[in-house]
Design a protein around this ligand. Structure first.
Ligand code: GLN
Length: 482
């Protein structure tokens, strides 16, 4: 990571990896990251982490060539398998569960020299947009603790925003990295479907899920993405394509780049303040030589109904494995069936239960065609909208710019109606449905709260996305934090 763009003194400037890790733990204490404070960190083991960092230092001292993230501490969302810390998905059903294997993304970061220091709070099984649905209590936004950090990867976003780590892992099914990144004022990336291995990511909705990264800057996020991306023989849906060097895009400018502004993402009802910050961001890109073009993605209004059929359907199937036999919690009941019922009733929270019921319903024989099949058909139309605007023969835009979320971070408890919560994903769920890459970058503040701008690109066009993101970050400079 290039030193001059970073906010936190945890990088190579420090004497040792052990110092960097120690500093992360001190910062956790300063901001009260645990259950008695922000509640953004669920599990951590200081002794293990410092020892792992010392190992990096020993190898460095021995003259060993170390990876690009040598000695950098990172945080991991609690639905990504780690060997030495629990993996509970923010759920009671997995309380105390420690995975016997490690997620590929974690292995790759470790091979690059980075040190996993903590597991972060999340909405149970990544279902939610606020990190209030965690079985271990709601997390709080370090910018304003009366507000949510967003979700479902709220703990990871907040850990970066609070200066505990520069890099953190999250997961994306419908916006769970980008939306909390926007709420906390950090960078969040969702890669192309298949770009990053899902091995060791606990499945929510397999056709939508991808591991994503948070960074304190675009550069931090680009470097982490470079390290975790690429084919993995353990995940048959990972793409066997070479990984470009995303950071090389940092120097490239956006002259001649065509940036699409889809009208469906800027409705009249959009918060005036958010619209104004988006205009400022687009003007900044235009000043750097990009061309802004109005476009239409006409099936956008159907994204939420489609997402909330497809995602629960896949979840109902994926979560069948938590049966009291194979993992974690077991509550005895009347016979085998009674044990299943007691375990799942006690183990799953209300939102997860709601999704399982909904998903089972839309997949049932009588309703499959009316709901699930229909939703898949409309999903194809949403993907086709994107294909058309990125198509050289059509609109031919290189990237699309939109707000990441319709509002800044809301107060804890403000969205009691689940449907209200679902509407939060309106600008992010589309990229997951279409499988395209997207990033959220800070573009300013509204009433003191961070606002994110989203850049989306065509499949495997992460380089274009990063190029625009670097340019935006450069152009806005300190204004992105004002
Ligand atoms: N908020 C969305 C949901 O609740 C997205 C979650 C995610 O991306 N994991 O399903």
């Amino acid at each position: 990571m290039s030193g001059n763009r970073t906010a936190e003194p945890t990088g190579p400037a420090l004497a040792s990896a052990a110092d960097a890790v120690t500093r992360s733990f001190e910062r956790m204490a300063e901001v009260r990251a645990g259950a008695d404070g922000l509640n953004i960190i669920l599990w951590s083991d200081r002794e293990w982490a410092v020892a792992a960092a010392r190992d990096v230092d020993v190898r460095r001292a021995a003259g060993e060539e170390l990876g690009p993230l040598a000695g950098i501490p990172f945080a991991v969302k609690d639905n990504i398998a780690t060997l030495h810390l629990p993996t509970t998905c923010g759920s009671r059903i997995l309380e105390g569960y420690v995975s016997p294997y490690e997620a590929t993304v974690v292995s790759r970061l470790r091979e690059a020299g980075a040190v996993p220091i903590a597991k972060t709070n999340m909405d149970e099984f990544a279902m939610g947009s606020s990190t209030e649905y965690s079985a271990y209590g709601p997390a709080r936004n370090p910018v304003d603790p009366s507000r949510v950090p967003g979700g479902s990867s709220g703990g990871s976003a907040a850990a970066v925003a609070a200066g505990i780590v520069r890099v953190a892992l999250g997961s994306e099914t419908g916006g769970s990295v980008r939306q909390p990144a926007a709420y906390c004022g950090v960078v969040g990336v969702k890669p192309t479907y298949g770009r990053v291995s899902r091995y060791g990511l606990v499945a929510f909705a397999s056709s939508l899920d991808q591991v994503g990264v948070f960074g304190s800057t675009v550069d931090d996020a680009a470097l982490a993405m470079e390290v975790i991306a690429g084919h993995d023989p353990l995940d048959s849906t990972s793409a066997p394509r070479p990984v470009p060097r995303y950071r090389d895009e940092a120097a490239a400018d956006v002259r001649g780049m065509v940036i699409g502004k889809p009208k469906e993402y800027f409705p009249d009802s959009l918060d005036r303040g958010i619209a104004a910050l988006c205009d400022r961001a687009l003007e900044a890109l235009a000043r750097q030589g990009a061309e802004v073009r109005e476009i239409s993605l006409k099936h956008t209004p159907l994204a939420i109904p489609v997402y909330y059929i497809v995602a629960p359907a896949e979840a109902s199937s994926n979560l069948a494995r938590f049966d009291g036999v194979r993992y974690g919690l077991r509550v005895s009941g009347d016979g085998l069936r009674g044990m299943y019922e007691a375990t799942r009733s006690r183990g799953f929270g209300p939102e997860v239960t709601r999704r399982i019921l909904l998903g089972t319903y839309v997949l049932s024989a009588g309703y499959y065609d009316a709901y699930y099949k229909k939703a898949q058909e409309v999903r194809t139309l949403i993907a086709a909208d994107f294909r058309q605007v990125f198509d050289a023969g059509h609109s031919h835009v290189d990237v699309i710019f939109t707000p990441t979320a319709p509002t800044p971070a809301f107060e804890l408890g403000a969205k009691a109606d689940p449907y209200e919560m679902y509407l939060n994903d309106i600008f992010t769920a589309t990229a997951n449905l279409a499988g395209i890459p997207a990033i959220s970058v800070p573009i300013g503040r509204l009433r003191g709260l961070p606002v994110g701008g989203q850049l989306m690109a065509s499949h495997f066009e992460e380089p274009q996305m990063f190029r625009a993101a670097y340019a935006l970050e450069r152009a806005l400079g300190g204004e992105a934090q004002r």
